[in-house]
Design a protein around this ligand. Structure first.
Ligand code: ZN
Length: 366
């Protein structure tokens, strides 16, 4: 996911690859890779400017959902049915959305990336619809627009406020971005935006990143039918290039251990408030400090066992719908999850005890 380079604080262009990874590549990469990273940094700055232009042109800001929120419902809401997927082939050019290659209900295109994006968008839609009663990213059935093959050898993926776009990677640093936890992450940025938003800097920005990771991981675990103790809790497993020493972009189970590479550096994520990183880079460390709430969610799930997308996911989703504070701190968010847990599992329940324990273990008292 991108940093400040990827958008304004209110309208982030939420990319999967953080700018600090690109800056390390500029410093440490061989000349061709350093050039790639330099170009990517410039392109993300341009994206930010284009997004700011859209905003000035009157793009409506994110609004809280007006519809009723089904706090405990697991079944789909009335009238909620099917996604409206629109997958485009960017043909390695910069223009979005590109050529429409697969609309909802159409059969496979034979373009593997387009078909992967189509299937994955369906999995993420299904998570939000069937588990939380939400009709698409905006709650009102908006089309799921995505572009594959965005630019040539593009080492990033992003949600730009209106659609998802995925590069192919250069085959060296990244081999693909079409991986379900990454796709779920990008789509969850849309859900967050249309749920009232969390300002993309400092702690609220790290919460934005963390909640996107949570629903990315849940999309994948649900699609695989994987119980909590069987899951790897990695974001972007297998997307790093063959020569990179690492397994993923981030680990919710063990933040800071996803990669350690001579070219990419060390995964910088902390898991405890004692190691909270104060920085002006990365919009105030939004992709760094997200490791702390990520780990709290993992701990909560691991205490409960079972399926992460059921009660834990419902608690996080309800907290997002009821937050009403775009500048929430980690502590505010922890309180909100506790309110949701009380609502869904009952005051004094084992679930609320475990949730308090999880937050305490990462250094946040509630
Ligand atoms: Zn992100």
């Amino acid at each position: 996911m991108c940093l400040s380079l990827c958008g304004s604080r209110h309208h982030p262009i939420a990319c999967i690859v953080p700018p600090y990874m690109l800056r390390v590549l500029v410093l440490r990469g061989e000349p061709k890779i350093a050039d790639m990273a330099r170009t990517l940094l410039k392109q993300t700055e341009k994206l930010r400017d284009e997004r700011a232009e859209l905003t000035r042109a009157g793009l409506p800001p994110a609004q809280p959902l007006s519809g009723a929120f089904a706090a405990t419902a697991v079944s789909p809401a009335e009238g909620l049915c099917c996604p409206d997927r629109r997958i485009h082939d960017g043909q390695h050019r910069a223009a979005l959305p590109g050529r429409l290659v697969r609309s909802e209900g159409e059969g496979p295109t034979g373009i593997p990336d387009a078909d992967t994006a189509y299937d994955a968008a369906g999995q993420v839609f299904s998570l939000f619809a069937e588990e939380y009663g939400r009709n698409s990213l905006d709650g009102e059935g908006m089309p799921l627009t995505a572009t594959v093959h965005h630019r040539r050898d593009y080492n990033n993926a992003f949600w730009n406020g209106e659609q998802m776009a995925y590069g192919t990677g250069d085959g060296k640093v990244f081999r693909t971005f079409l991986e379900l936890s990454v796709i779920g992450h990008e789509m969850a940025h849309g859900v967050i935006q249309f749920s009232g938003g969390l300002i993309y800097e400092n702690q609220s920005g790290a919460l934005n990143e963390s909640i996107a990771d949570v629903f990315g991981a849940l999309s994948q675990q649900r699609a695989l039918g994987q119980e909590i103790h069987k899951a790897d809790w990695l974001i972007g497993r297998g997307i790093l290039g063959p020569g990179i020493n690492g397994t993923a972009l981030r680990s919710m189970k063990a933040p800071g251990t996803a990669y350690s590479d001579s070219m990419l550096g060390q995964d910088p994520q902390p898991w405890h408030m004692d190691h909270f990183v104060t920085t002006t880079d990365d919009n105030g460390g939004v992709h760094i400090n997200s490791g702390i709430p990520n780990h709290a969610f993992y701990l909560f799930c691991s205490y409960l066992g079972g399926r992460s997308w059921e009660l834990p996911g419902r608690i996080w989703y309800r907290a997002l719908q009821t937050l009403n504070n775009p500048m929430a701190s980690f502590s505010d968010w922890a309180d909100q999850t506790m309110d949701s847990a009380i609502e869904l599992a009952g005051r004094g329940s084992i679930e609320t005890v475990m949730l308090r324990r999880a937050w305490k273990l990462v250094g946040i008292a509630i």
